[in-house]
Ligand binder design. Structure first.
Ligand code: 5GP
Ligand code: ZN
Length: 112
C-alpha cells in the first residue's frame, strides 16, 4: 500500500520524531502552521475517523492518553489544539489518520 505516513512509520521516509513507542509515532509537521505543530499517528493504517472500528479504536484511545505527555515533551505549558481532518470537505491530504497538535502561541478563536 502506498501511504506516506506508513512510509514514515517504517523509516522509508525520514521524520523529526518527538515521541515513539510500539503503537504510535509523533513527529514535527513539515509545514508548521503554529510555533509547535506535531502530528500524532497510529503505527497501523487507519484511513481517517470514518474508519475507526471496534478493532482499532484502542489505538485512538491510546493516542489521546499519550497526547498530554507529547505536549509536555514539546514544551506546551499553556494549552494546545488537537485537530483531525476527515475527508475532502476538511481538506484531509494524507489518508492515514493523524492528530495535529498545535500550540506555542495564542491560537485563533475561530476554527473554520
Ligand atoms: P492533513 O491536511 O491531511 O490534515 O494534514 C497532513 C499534514 O501532513 C500537513 O499538515 C502536512 O504539512 C503534513 N505533511 C505532509 N507530508 C509530510 C511529510 O513528508 N513529512 C511531515 N513531517 N509532514 C508532512
Ligand atoms: Zn498508512
Amino acid at each position: 500500500m502506498d501511504c506516506l505516513f506508513c512510509s514514515i512509520v517504517n523509516g522509508e521516509i525520514p521524520s523529526e520524531k518527538v515521541y515513539e513507542d510500539d503503537k504510535i509515532l509523533a513527529f514535527k509537521d513539515i509545514n508548521p502552521q503554529a510555533p509547535v505543530h506535531i502530528l500524532v499517528i497510529p503505527k497501523i493504517h487507519i484511513q481517517s475517523a470514518d474508519f475507526i472500528t471496534d478493532n482499532n479504536s484502542s489505538y485512538i484511545a491510546y493516542i489521546f492518553e499519550k497526547i498530554p505527555e507529547i505536549a509536555k515533551i514539546c514544551g506546551l505549558k499553556n494549552g494546545y489544539r488537537i485537530v483531525s481532518n476527515c475527508g475532502p470537505d476538511a481538506c484531509q491530504s494524507v489518508l492515514h489518520i493523524h492528530f495535529h497538535i498545535l500550540g506555542g502561541t495564542q491560537l485563533p478563536d475561530k476554527m473554520a
